[in-house]
Design a protein around this ligand. Structure first.
Ligand code: FE2
Length: 490
């Protein structure tokens, strides 16, 4: 039995393939098409999935309920879009005619998190911009069962608030929220009270005075580009007020001390440091946004296919294989300080975790400028460290409730920012990736780097040409080498 889980026809499309109950493949469309945040499925990705994993699907599980979405779009004044949301017509474009089952948007998010968490009981908190109608939900997971306890619906949405402010800054909503978060460290929250007065109705009720789906470009026309960092800082501060209220409510009504956090807002690694104030343990599936619902939709239909953490891997995408020894890569890094690494299966999710990474020696003052010259991104955005997990507490002060951060989902305070300026943000924090002792090639590379240099971490940032998705295959890796003159090992 071949089951395809699909999240598409909106933004950042993705496909997951299950052979019987086993998850064998998952990828964002963008990695194959080269179109950043590609909203549609990609024919090359479909051909790859068919060729590698048994052919066309016997059935498809779709990550949301299109008719409900159509009703919401009608209600929101976006017109009657039934044909746009006809998934049978949509799938016919790709010559897929398997029967289609539909799972609600937030149920897909909740299932992607809970059924990969390893918890037997948990509170599941889902926060995103918008599903069909729902914008925030709280669930209780018990055994194989997921039960919805509470929900908030459109137009009130914390995610839409963050996206609207991202747009107000002049960035791209639904895409550049992570830049807003990075900018927040440079502002002083001076606009917090004005933002609350003008826009927030109630933190406790999660309500707003405006429908932020329509944006807020008209908010405070007196503010100019130079105020962007203040807007970003205040936006983050307002978001964290809402987030703390959401955690408080989730803990209270679920009665559980295990938290599963999902939805696009779970990517806010700065706010995520608060989870430990309410919960003992936190799990965020490494791809908590809509793309991850390609997996979640299938698990929602088949709770008994749950994936235990020891079997769960984010390395689910295109397989490049590997040709170079770790010894060769570490020797090169010692002499040249920077190299690319593209090998084995690509990460499914927004972060490069060692298989499609640009790596650098994190020590020294000039490395940030050198990596920035390659990445060509805003100077204020920091790079992340990948560290041997057992050394994380020596170098970073982890937030309470977080012993590790294997998927770069939370920030930690660096204990020696002067020694590692390239991987520390303006506010003294780092978005850490802890690499466990799991025998993976990347773990062994870090071990070798530590043995030869005495430094247990490397700077790790995604391997992509500016404005393009991460490198996927050998042709992309060669393009990267040509474009930047940086050696990429396979
Ligand atoms: Fe979502």
């Amino acid at each position: 039995m071949i089951t395809w889980g699909i999240s598409a026809n909106s933004h950042d499309a993705a496909l997951a393939v299950f052979l019987d109950e086993k998850l064998v493949f998952a990828s964002h469309s963008e990695r194959f098409s080269g179109i950043k945040n590609d909203r549609d499925l990609d024919l090359q990705m479909i051909a790859y999935a068919k060729q590698k994993f048994g052919g066309a699907p016997d059935r498809v599980v779709w990550y949301e309920q299109p008719f409900k979405k159509t009703l919401r779009q009608l209600w929101a004044g976006q017109g009657w879009k039934k044909r746009d949301n006809d998934i049978e017509i949509y799938m016919a474009r790709y010559e897929i005619d398997a029967p289609i089952e539909y799972v609600s948007h937030h149920h897909s998010h909740a299932a992607a998190g809970y059924y990969t968490s390893g918890f037997d009981n948990a509170c599941v908190l889902v926060i995103d911009a918008i599903g069909e109608f729902e914008t925030m939900t709280i669930w209780k997971g018990q055994g194989d069962k997921l039960t919805k306890l509470w929900s908030k619906s459109y137009p009130h949405s914390i995610g839409l608030f963050y996206s609207a402010m991202t747009q107000r800054i002049g960035l791209k909503p639904n895409e550049d929220e992570y830049i807003t978060m990075g900018m927040a460290a440079y502002g002083r929250n001076d606009l917090f009270h004005a933002m609350v007065t003008d826009i927030v109705d109630s933190f406790e009720k999660f309500t707003f005075k405006k429908n932020l789906h329509r944006g807020c470009l008209d908010w405070r026309p007196d503010l100019t580009v130079k105020d962007s960092f203040e807007i970003a800082a205040s936006t983050q501060y307002v978001y964290e007020h809402f987030f703390i209220e959401a955690l408080r409510k989730a803990e209270k009504i679920s009665g559980s001390k295990n938290l599963v956090l999902m939805g696009g807002c779970a990517l806010n690694c700065l706010a995520n440091r608060h989870t430990g104030n309410f919960f003992d343990n936190t799990w965020i599936m490494p791809n908590p946004g809509d793309a991850g619902s390609a997996i979640g939709s299938v698990l929602a239909e088949h709770p008994n296919w749950r994936i235990e953490p020891k079997y769960f891997t984010p390395f689910l995408g295109y397989d490049m294989g590997s040709r170079t020894s770790n010894e060769e890569i570490v020797d090169y890094l010692e002499n040249n300080q920077i190299c690319g690494l593209a090998r084995d299966k690509a990460e499914f999710g927004p972060r490069a975790l060692g298989n499609r990474s640009l790596l650098a020696d994190p020590r020294g003052a000039d490395i940030k400028d050198r990596v920035n010259a390659i990445k060509q991104r805003q100077e204020f955005r920091p790079f992340a460290p990948a560290i041997l997990e057992e050394y994380v507490h020596d170098y970073f002060s982890m937030p309470s409730g977080w012993d590790n951060s294997r998927y770069m989902q939370v920030v930690a305070r660096c204990r020696n920012p002067d020694l590692f300026p390239a991987i520390v943000h303006k506010d003294g924090t780092s978005r850490v990736q802890t690499v466990p002792n799991d025998g993976s090639p990347f773990r062994k590379l870090l071990e070798l780097w530590y043995a030869q240099t005495g430094c247990p971490m490397l700077l790790n940032t995604s391997l992509n040409i500016k404005g393009q998705p991460m490198v996927n295959d050998h042709a992309d890796a060669r393009n990267f080498e040509r474009h930047y003159g940086v050696k990429v090992f396979n």
